[in-house]
Design a protein around this ligand. Structure first.
Ligand SMILES: [Zn+2]
Ligand SMILES: [Zn+2]
Length: 270
């Protein structure tokens, strides 16, 4: 049992629970290893559209984050596998800055996830999973819900194709995040777009962050991606790495009961 997506005390919008609190929760739930995957610093010139501008850790904190993890990894080495990771944002138009960050810090990482949280419409970036209000503003600016959802999947596809250098993460984060508020909005049928994303993931030999966080979100109530896509991914033998996406130790193992029926694996490391 491996959890490839755990947040940490370095998350500016998470909790201050310690690394040890997370490891205790993971071990209590029967996990043998995990990747700590904090939100990487956002590109310097990018203006975080969230109210508190707290989507990623600051660049100044990154060396401390890595040092803390190196230490805790060593402390636990005979009891629990810890891999050092980052959840890196793919932001259209900031590929070069993202590559520079990965070139510099990639050698210190064991593992990483590439996620889309920010989607560009015209000249604005929207954090599409921040709130229902943010999602509504996003699709209004996109022209319609359908255009917004399509824009999201286009951005995920661009993330798969992007040249982010040799340390580019090869696991795509929660690739149906646009469905987070699906019970409150009449979303278009996105099956074909999801299947295209799957096709690209397969073509690039990437893996899927098989993410349980949506299962406890009251407007979502399904994993990212949903099980009908995971069935297809299984048929295509795309690696599925479970991720709780826990931002607090109580989130460890969320969605695992639904996802354990799929052939989950540990990540392939750098
Ligand atoms: Zn987060
Ligand atoms: Zn994420």
């Amino acid at each position: 049992m491996y959890d490839g997506h755990v947040h940490t005390p370095y998350c500016p919008h998470g909790s201050s629970a310690s690394f040890i609190d997370y490891v205790d929760a993971l071990r209590r739930q029967g996990f043998q290893g995990a990747t700590f995957c904090e939100h990487a610093p956002l590109p310097h010139a990018f203006v975080d559209p969230t109210p508190e501008q707290d989507s990623g850790m600051s660049l100044a904190q990154l060396p401390h984050y890595l040092e803390d993890l190196q230490q805790i990894k060593k402390e636990y080495e005979h009891h629990f596998t810890i891999n050092i990771g980052l959840e890196v944002d793919f932001i259209e138009g900031y590929e070069e800055e993202t590559k520079e960050l990965l070139d510099e810090y990639g050698p210190k990482l064991d593992d990483a996830i590439l996620s889309v949280h920010f989607v560009k419409t015209k000249d604005h970036y929207h954090c599409i999973d921040f709130s229902e209000q943010a999602f509504q503003l996003f699709y209004e600016q996109a022209g319609s819900v359908e255009r917004g959802v399509r824009r999201y999947y286009e951005t995920v596809t661009h993330s798969i194709h992007a040249n982010l250098g040799r340390y580019k993460p090869t696991r795509i984060g929660h690739p149906s995040l646009v469905r987070k508020f699906q019970r409150d909005f009449a979303l278009p049928n996105d099956e074909a777009w999801l299947l295209q994303v799957l096709h690209q993931i397969k073509a690039y030999n990437y893996a899927i962050d098989t993410n349980g966080a949506g299962t406890i979100k009251p407007k979502c109530l399904e994993p990212y991606p949903p099980t009908f896509i995971l069935n297809e991914a299984t048929k295509q033998r795309i690696p599925l790495v479970y991720g709780s996406d826990a931002h607090h130790p109580t989130g460890i193992a969320q969605g695992y009961d639904t996802l354990r029926t799929f052939p989950l694996s540990s990540p392939s490391l750098y």
